[in-house]
Design a protein around this ligand. Sequence first.
Ligand SMILES: Nc1ncnc2c1ncn2[C@@H]1O[C@H](COP(=O)(O)OP(=O)(O)OP(=O)(O)O)[C@@H](O)[C@H]1O
Length: 256
Amino acid sequence: MSLQISSLNAGYGRQQILHDVSIDDMKSGEMVGVIGPNAAGKSTFFKSLTGIVRPRSGYVSLDDQDILSMRRKQRARQVAYMPQSIGCNAALTVFESVLLALKQTTGWRVGADHLNKVSNILSMLGLCHLADRGIGALSGGQSQMVAVAQVLVRKPKLLLLDEPTSALDLHHQLSILSAIRDAAKEFDIIVMAALHDLNLAAKFCDRLVLIREGRVLADGEPREILGLEALNETYRIRASIEKSSLGTYYVDAQLP
Ligand SMILES: Nc1ncnc2c1ncn2[C@@H]1O[C@H](COP(=O)(O)OP(=O)(O)OP(=O)(O)O)[C@@H](O)[C@H]1O
């Protein structure tokens, strides 16, 4: 399965935000980091793939199907989106909220297989201890992890995560991204995640797409993208890419 995005244009009113965004040949199991400074258009890009923002032009082919022309329900079975800010319904437990997310795309009959799916996802993300808690009584980080469970349980073909670790401590940033990467491989999902932490992006993503002012500036392997001079200009920093004693690459950045 592959995803192809060609010449996507989108915006709000008269303001054009995305300009001819094209990304070639993303493959199932792949984790693609979408990076770029504040207001670059990353959320608008994700929203235009889900239909929340209607693209003005462009073509998005997922598994040889044009997702932009799909009906909302059909698209929801294939594309799951976790927005940057998460609302919660205080009347549900964590387990029920993940079950409800699953049922949105599979109909309302609840069978043992559905309950197992929810249990498996909670276990995969290390959230079993929260299963019976009311979702209105979670911390910001716990809510964010439950939101990941809600999209992952649907096993979409394409999973869009808008800053999935912004509320998480270091341990949970690593554990959640690691679980998402494993899930991408196990369930054959294409994951696109907007990430502000370039070191996490380098550590977990197979590929990085750098967006500035609504345009794709670069697309490639993390080491290649983070070593680009364009990164300095885009983020208005002075950065160098270093190799750690663990053998991973990281960005050492300062103000210019
Ligand atoms: N609903 C909206 N109506 C009008 N303009 C909007 C709307 N949502 C976003 N924008 C504008 O679109 C531009 C891109 O915003 P977007 O949220 O896509 O950026 P982003 O890269 O996700 O930013 P951040 O990293 O800060 O979350 C910004 O200039 C923003 O002000």
